[in-house]
Design a protein around this ligand. Sequence first.
Ligand SMILES: [Zn+2]
Length: 394
Amino acid sequence: MRLIAIIALMLSFQFLHARTWELKGGGKPLEGEIFKATKLSLVLKDSDGKRISVYYRDLADSEIEYLKANYPSLVKDASLPEIKKSDLKTDAISKHERESDIENYQKSYPNIDVDKQSLAFRWDTKTGRFFTRHFLFDMREKLEESEALELAYRCECFRAAVLSLPFLTEPILQGYQNTIFVEVMNIPQKNVIGYYQGAYNAGGRTAAKIRVEPQRLPKAEGGNPMFSGVLAHEIAHHLTGEFQYPCAISEGIATYVEASAYIPDKGVRFDIIKKLLADGNLPRLSDYKSKAIVSPSLTKFYTADRREFHAKRYVLRNYMLAQLFTIYFAENSPVAFSRFIYTARCPLGEKEKVCSAKTKSAMREIFGTESEDALQKKICAYFKERGVDIIFKD
Ligand SMILES: [Zn+2]
């Protein structure tokens, strides 16, 4: 009996390791590996095997985030303190909180261009694998070295670009610490040109990868913009993939990044989105030229589950609306949008119903003091000015 208990313990701890735990208010940090998590406190084991118990409320907010992100099932039943939203804001966001500062905020969107020398590009001619600082690429078909370098360069640019988006704060982007594994090979499902897939166990992430179709590999001279778009889209999913979000949020972020990547060979330029929209050239809009787009109410749209969002009849419209709304919020109320995303996030494995209820209460962040109807009117007006007709209907 005893032996079984010990084996079980060893199994459950194989992912845990010693760590320095920061405390609130600058207390002396604690060293130790996780021994167990109770309802109110975390029990650590130091290098001498001594147990140290610390209340969650005494841990720094970043440690609570760390626990939630990396050990979701371990702290499932723990009562973790609510993290004050003000602690989550980056400097960039809090500086531009006032409406009148939105313009400055927009100017702070950097155009991302990674120095090719800094990619740390390594090339294994035998296997066709290649590596950069943050990526590992595996492909079935052999590439010219110049094409591989271009692919790697774009991926590093997209990664840096997603991390720079002011409405994606660090607690949202937990995925950024992990190497991104990209496979370029055939996808059997029809009409799918790329996907992101993550797998998780009790100890946190075990594997995550992006797979994209090799049909149109990027050329060094910068062709095939859509291929870049697919990569950018999946990388955005990867970087936010430690949590689940309603499809309208996650596809909104991914299609937003995808649009910024549409102009090849110029780095990633978020300011291009405004221009594409103003010129009526957003790629997903092409089917709706001079046609009104009928949208469900914002609440209905953002609380739609996976099945509803991907219903055959509406899926293209939904991807496009998710992109348009993300553009609207990024341009007009990035701070509220950032809080909305943060509040709506759900640990992996949580039931869809629970997450949907969370999204519903998160909607308060984007409505602010306005009613849904008032916000919908503003959105309509914003897009009408740019030649896009949206009609909200429940
Ligand atoms: Zn997607």
